[in-house]
Design a protein around this ligand. Structure first.
Ligand SMILES: [Zn+2]
Length: 280
């Protein structure tokens, strides 16, 4: 009798775990947009370089991943044991994927996740009380105008007002800053801005570098309002968003609009309601 009960119990457990595995498998998983994302073998920090071109003219925008200096096989996550993520962890990821799928249409997080080379959501921790420290200084680059700094400040304020639980302190000195802004004359390739991010193994952003040009790739000087638009797009990357396929969003790769769309705002808000980290 006890043996029968045990067999029954074991059979039940087997069905349970097989269902769990099948459930996870049946959920669409993302694949990296391209192979080759390298991972720093010691700290599992990944750096992303991302770009935009905000002025009309339709230059192509690319996303590249710059990994560690010496690409190495990714080390296992520090927090996971040898048997991999727990069932509860997989369940939580499944729920996150479900929420992202359910938001299709009013957010573009699905696309963001699809473009993520490591199938991770990347974002800052909630930073209302301890604002992200940003270094934003002037430049000697030609066509640099003091108004560019105000344009960037205005872009930060726009994102803060959009309802993401982030605040930025724009008076940090360079050494203490988590985010640094750099200016350059022009990019050699078709872009006017670039954001490089570093995150930890749990997908939490830890620092970023935003580089803005003062001339577009065609050699035209950028205006204060052009810089505001480029900054809106790059700060979108800075908070963890990637490109939208819809040209009415500021996060469209070749930005056409000059303000955040409702989808930009909804995508950022949802991102900050979800736990960062892998969705696989
Ligand atoms: Zn971009």
């Amino acid at each position: 009798m006890i043996e029968r009960r045990l067999s029954f119990l074991i059979a039940g457990l087997v069905v349970f775990f097989v269902s769990a595995v099948l459930w996870n498998v049946s959920a669409p998983t993302r694949r990296p947009a391209r192979a080759g994302g390298a991972v720093d073998s010691t700290t599992l920090v990944t750096v992303r370089a991302d770009t935009t071109r905000a002025t009309p003219g339709g230059a192509s925008d690319t996303t590249v991943t710059r990994g560690g200096q010496s690409p190495a096989p990714p080390a296992p996550p520090l927090s996971a044991d040898a048997s991999g993520p727990s069932y509860m962890e997989l369940l939580a990821r499944s729920e996150t994927r479900r929420r992202i799928r359910a938001s299709a249409g009013y957010t573009y997080l699905n696309e963001v996740v699809a473009q993520s080379e490591d199938s991770m959501l990347h974002r800052w921790d909630n930073r209302i009380l301890t604002p992200v420290r940003v270094f934003l200084g002037p430049s000697t680059a030609a066509n640099f105008q003091p108004g560019f700094l105000d344009a960037v400040r205005g872009a930060f304020q726009r994102w803060e007002e959009a309802g993401v639980p982030l605040r930025f302190r724009l008076d940090a000195d360079s050494a203490a800053a988590e985010v640094r802004f750099k200016w350059r004359l022009q990019f050699e390739i078709q872009r006017t801005g670039q954001t490089d991010l570093t995150w930890d193994q749990d997908g939490r952003l830890v620092n970023g570098v935003v580089t803005l040009a003062t001339f577009d790739p065609a050699g035209r000087p950028l205006s204060v309002d052009d810089v505001r638009v480029v900054a809106l797009h790059e700060i979108g990357h800075l908070i963890g968003l990637d490109h939208s396929a819809d040209s009415t969003d500021i996060m469209f790769a070749m930005t056409k609009v000059r303000d955040l769309s409702s989808r930009d705002i909804a995508s950022a808000r949802l991102l900050y309601q979800l736990p960062p980290g892998t969705l696989r």
